[in-house]
Design a protein around this ligand. Structure first.
Ligand code: GUN
Length: 298
C-alpha cells in the first residue's frame, strides 16, 4: 500500500486553468491573449499535444492559432513563418513544437522567436534571464513542477536538498534554475552520475526527468522525500499488443517511501499546458503594457 501523499496534477491543472480563464476575462476590452502553435511533420505524440494545446487555449477564452507544416518544410520557410508570427499583433505567444524534423536547426528556429513571445522560455535571452534571476518566461514543465512543490511545501523550499535527474534544456536545466531561485541546494544529476542511487537518496526533493521507464527505484528515495516524476514512457502492457504510460520512477516502490509523489499519468503532464496558458497571459500583458490581473484561486 502507498504511504505517500499523491499529488493530483489533474486537479491542480484544472485550478490553474480556471485562474487563467478568470485573468483572460478580466482583460476583456484590453488585450485578448493569443497563442500560436507550430507543428512541423506528423509525429503522433506531438500531434496529440498540439491538439490538446489548441483545445485548452480556446477553452480559456484565448485566441488559438495552429500552423501545421509538412515534414519536408525547408528551414527558411519555418523561419519566415516565425518572423510573421513575431510581427502579428494578435499573437502574444509562439510555440514551435519539438522535436523538429532532421534537417532543421532547432536552435536557430528557437533563436528566431521574439523573446517577448517565447512562452516556452527556450530562447537564450530567456534562459539567461532565468539563471540571472531576472523576470522571465520560465519553461512550462518546470514551472508546473514548481507549482506542485508549492502545494506540498507551502512554507517554501529554503535550504532543502534538491536532486534533478536529467539535464535537458526543456526540463532538467531550467528545473535546477527554478529550485536554486527558491534557495534549494541543487544537484543536477544524470544517467552518467556516479552512484546515482546514493545521490538521489540525499534528496528532500527528487525530480526525475531522464526519460527512462521506472529507472528511479524505491530504494533510491529518502524516506519522506517529495518525488516529482516528469517521465512519460510507453511500455508494453500486460495485454498483448497494448502499451501503457509509466514515469521515470517506479511508482509502486517509491510511493512506499516518499512523503509525496506525482503519478504518471495525471501528475506533471496536465500541468504543462496549464502553465503554457499562464505564460501566454503573462506575455500578452507585458506586450500590451498592462498589469497582469491579480486573480488568486490557487
Ligand atoms: N516537446 C516536448 N515538450 C515540449 C515543450 O515543452 N515545448 C515544445 N515546444 N516542444 C516540446
Amino acid at each position: 500500500m502507498s504511504g505517500a501523499r499523491i499529488i493530483d496534477g489533474k486537479a491542480l491543472a484544472a485550478k490553474l486553468r480556471e485562474r487563467v480563464a478568470a485573468q483572460v476575462a478580466a482583460l476583456a476590452g484590453t488585450v485578448r491573449p493569443g497563442l500560436a502553435v507550430v507543428l512541423v511533420g506528423d509525429d503522433p505524440a506531438s500531434a496529440v499535444y498540439v491538439r490538446n494545446k489548441n483545445r485548452e487555449t480556446a477553452a480559456a477564452g484565448m485566441a488559438s492559432f495552429e500552423h501545421r507544416l509538412p515534414e519536408d518544410t525547408p528551414e527558411a520557410e519555418l523561419l519566415a513563418l516565425v518572423a510573421s508570427l513575431n510581427r502579428d499583433p494578435a499573437v502574444h505567444g509562439i510555440l514551435v513544437q519539438l522535436p523538429l524534423p532532421d534537417g532543421i536547426d532547432s536552435a536557430k528556429v528557437l533563436r528566431a522567436i521574439d523573446p517577448a513571445k517565447d512562452v516556452d522560455g527556450f530562447h537564450p535571452e530567456n534562459v539567461g534571464a532565468l539563471w540571472t534571476g531576472a523576470p522571465a518566461l520560465a519553461p512550462c514543465t518546470p514551472r508546473g513542477c514548481m507549482t506542485m512543490l508549492a502545494e506540498v511545501h507551502p512554507d517554501g523550499l529554503v535550504g532543502k536538498r534538491a536532486v534533478v535527474v536529467g539535464r535537458s534544456n526543456i526540463v532538467g536545466k531550467p528545473m535546477a534554475a527554478l529550485l536554486l531561485a527558491q534557495h534549494c541546494t541543487v544537484t543536477l544529476a544524470h544517467s552518467r552520475t556516479q552512484d546515482l542511487p546514493g545521490v538521489c537518496r540525499e534528496a528532500d526533493i527528487l525530480v526525475a526527468a531522464v526519460g527512462r521507464a521506472r529507472m528511479v527505484e524505491g530504494g533510491w528515495v529518502k524516506p519522506g522525500a517529495t518525488v516529482i516524476d516528469v517521465g512519460i514512457n510507453r511500455i508494453p502492457a500486460a495485454e498483448e499488443g497494448r502499451t501503457r504510460l509509466v514515469g521515470d520512477v517506479d511508482f509502486a516502490g517509491a510511493s512506499e517511501v516518499a512523503g509525496a509523489i506525482t503519478p504518471v499519468p495525471g501528475g506533471v503532464g496536465p500541468m504543462t499546458i496549464a502553465c503554457l496558458l499562464a505564460n501566454t497571459v503573462t506575455a500578452a500583458c507585458r506586450l500590451a503594457g498592462v498589469a497582469e490581473p491579480a486573480v488568486r484561486l490557487l
